[in-house]
Design a protein around this ligand. Structure first.
Ligand SMILES: C[S@@+](CC[C@H](N)C(=O)[O-])C[C@H]1O[C@@H](n2cnc3c(N)ncnc32)[C@H](O)[C@@H]1O
Length: 129
């Protein structure tokens, strides 16, 4: 919603989100479209609805299932649609020992030109293109 407020203020850019939980999806949609009326909230998983994802992503927020396998799958799908400078934000990077180990590995991955961690919770990756 914060980012949608930025897009709304700029009158530029697009937002697409994915939520498979059918009980939560309508709330996510109404909250987000209250901020940015053209925001798209897809009811379903990201992986099963790639056709709905933008061809070119500037900023991605990954905050679904906090396991390395799951995050890595989504990260790679995002990278297929990324360009030099795309920013990818991972939430709950210290969710578990496995996620902490994954973060330490991915932050040194040569595909990223920069990586930093904020408040031991959020990881930022800049795609090198
Ligand atoms: C930790 S919550 C975070 C929700 C939201 N980002 C927030 O901060 O309020 C994780 C969300 O990811 C959704 N989710 C689970 N699997 C997903 C998938 N494959 N693709 C997209 N979203 C998924 C869940 O239904 C849940 O709403």
């Amino acid at each position: 919603m914060y980012w949608c407020a930025g897009l709304s203020a700029l009158r530029a850019g697009e937002f697409t989100g994915f939520e498979p939980n059918s009980a939560w999806s309508p709330y996510a949609k109404s909250n987000i479209t209250a901020i940015l009326k053209d925001a798209r909230l897809i009811k379903g998983t990201f992986e099963e609805n790639l056709a709905e994802a933008p061809d070119s992503i500037d900023l991605a927020f990954i905050d679904a299932i906090h396991t390395p396998e799951f995050v890595d799958t989504q990260l790679n799908l995002v990278l297929e649609r990324s360009h030099k400078g795309t920013l990818i934000v991972l939430d709950d990077i210290r969710f578990s020992t496995e996620m902490s180990d994954y973060w330490l590995q991915v932050r040194d991955d040569a595909r990223f030109s920069a990586a930093f961690e904020f408040t031991r919770r959020v990881g930022f990756l800049e795609f090198s293109g």
